[in-house]
Structure formats: C-alpha cells, structure tokens
Design a protein around this ligand. Structure first.
Ligand SMILES: Nc1ncnc2c1ncn2[C@@H]1O[C@H](COP(=O)(O)OP(=O)(O)OP(=O)(O)O)[C@@H](O)[C@H]1O
Ligand SMILES: O=C(O)c1ccc[n+]([C@@H]2O[C@H](COP(=O)([O-])O)[C@@H](O)[C@H]2O)c1
Length: 197
C-alpha cells in the first residue's frame, strides 16, 4: 500500500490551534499515515510580519506538534532559498518519495486563491488538494479539491499577533509551549512581564 502523507504548508507566524485542528481532522477523515507541517521560507503571496526569524517559526512549529504521534515537520522549503512555490517543492518531494501519495491541505482563503498559484495545473498532477472550511471564506471552487468538513474556528495568526501586541490574552488559542517561546523571545511586541498569557 502507498504511504498517504498530508502536507500542511503555512507561514505559521505563529502556529495556532486552528492549524493543529485542521491537520488532525484531515488525518482522520482521510486515514492518512501522517501530516507534515511545512513552514515556507518566503511565502509566494504575502510578507512575513517583521521581527520573527525562520528559525523562530521552525521552533514554534516543532513545539506545537511535539505531542502528536502522527505530526512531523517538513523542512524542505526552509532548506531551499527563494520564494517557496509549492509546485517546485512538491516536484522535489515527489522525486525523493515517488511512491508516496501527497495530500496538500488548505483553508478556505487558499481555496479562493488557487487560480493564482504558480503552475497550478502542473501542481494538480503532483498532489491531491484537500480543502477545509474557514469562516469568511468560500470553499466553492472549479478546481478539483477534496473537501473535508471541519468544526470552524475563527482564528488566525494575524489575530494572535495583534492580541500579543496589545498584551491581551491568547490563552487556549495556541499551545502553552508556543506562548512561552513567544514571551521568552519577546516576539510580536510581547513582554516577559506580560500579565496575561
Ligand atoms: N482557522 C483556520 N481555519 C481553516 N484553515 C486555516 C485556519 N487558520 C489557518 N488555516 C490554513 O492553514 C494554512 C496555513 O495558514 P497560515 O500559517 O498562513 O495561518 P493564518 O492564520 O492564515 O496566518 P495569517 O493570519 O498570518 O495570514 C492555510 O492553508 C490556511 O488557510
Ligand atoms: O505556490 C504558490 O503559488 C502558492 C501561493 C499561495 C500559497 N502557497 C502555499 O500555500 C500554503 C498556505 O499559505 P499561507 O499563506 O496560508 O501560509 C503555504 O505552503 C504557501 O507557501 C503557494
């Protein structure tokens, strides 16, 4: 039997419970062997908020996934310079692991963006896209996307960055270990002495 691997590509700035939940939902819905969290080096379509290094994003993802036996990190985009076009990445992964079936997991915002992805038609030959619903975005698309219905969570890394910047609570929105890392490194304008977590 072929190995079935989910890939959750993202900027993870920072990783939050939405990411963990969608990865776990898809893992079980499609009976995957594992899900790999794949932080991009340079997102093709947006700027990375300042003050956070690639190493910080990698470290935060590692901390976020460490308690789940079927979650792994995929460092391939961090190991390669330049913009992280998914087509280039998946071509490389397919060369390395020709027998693996890859399922690329995306939320509603990325489903809407699919027409603009680099070499999307060729990418569709390399992966099966798996879409999950996300509040305020549509999952309707003319592209072949396998939809997995998940409990919706109205949460984003942007909201977490904004709250931390205002010293407002983020407890339960991301793993405690990631919150401690953010405080320790004083990311997103957080202060070590912050009263709220
Ligand atoms: N709450 C959510 N519900 C469904 N999908 C999500 C959710 N949060 C993130 N995703 C999906 O996870 C993947 C990685 O997302 P990303 O790391 O960019 O987080 P984000 O919360 O969208 O970040 P930002 O607010 O900085 O743009 C994307 O495919 C995105 O659609
Ligand atoms: O290859 C592309 O053209 C492309 C365009 C937009 C997004 N992606 C990838 O989609 C994943 C989710 O993106 P994001 O912004 O939600 O972190 C991440 O792995 C991105 O590199 C890829």
């Amino acid at each position: 039997m072929k190995k079935k691997v989910g890939i959750l590509g993202g900027t993870f700035n920072p990783p939050h419970i939405g990411h963990l939940m969608i990865a776990n939902e898809v893992l079980h819905a499609l009976n995957l062997d594992e899900v790999r969290f794949m932080p991009n080096q340079e997102p093709p379509h947006k700027e990375i908020a300042q003050g956070v290094t690639n190493v910080d994003r990698m470290n935060m993802v590692k901390l976020a996934i460490q308690d789940h036996g079927q979650f792994y990190i995929e460092p391939i985009e961090m190991d390669r310079g330049g913009k992280s076009f998914t087509f280039e990445t998946m071509k490389l992964l397919k060369e390395r692991e020709p027998k693996t079936e890859f399922y690329f997991i995306i939320g509603g915002d990325m489903i809407e963006y699919l027409p603009k992805w680099y070499k999307i038609d060729k990418l569709l030959d390399l992966v099966t896209f798996v879409g999950v619903n996300r509040p305020e975005f549509s999952s309707i698309t003319t592209f072949p996307v396998l939809l997995v219905d998940i409990p919706e969570i109205h949460l984003s890394s942007s909201l977490i960055r904004e709250r931390i910047g205002k010293d407002y609570t983020v407890k339960y929105l991301l793993p405690e270990k990631v919150i401690s890392y953010i405080k320790e490194k004083q990311l997103y304008g957080s202060k070590r002495s912050a009263k709220n977590r």
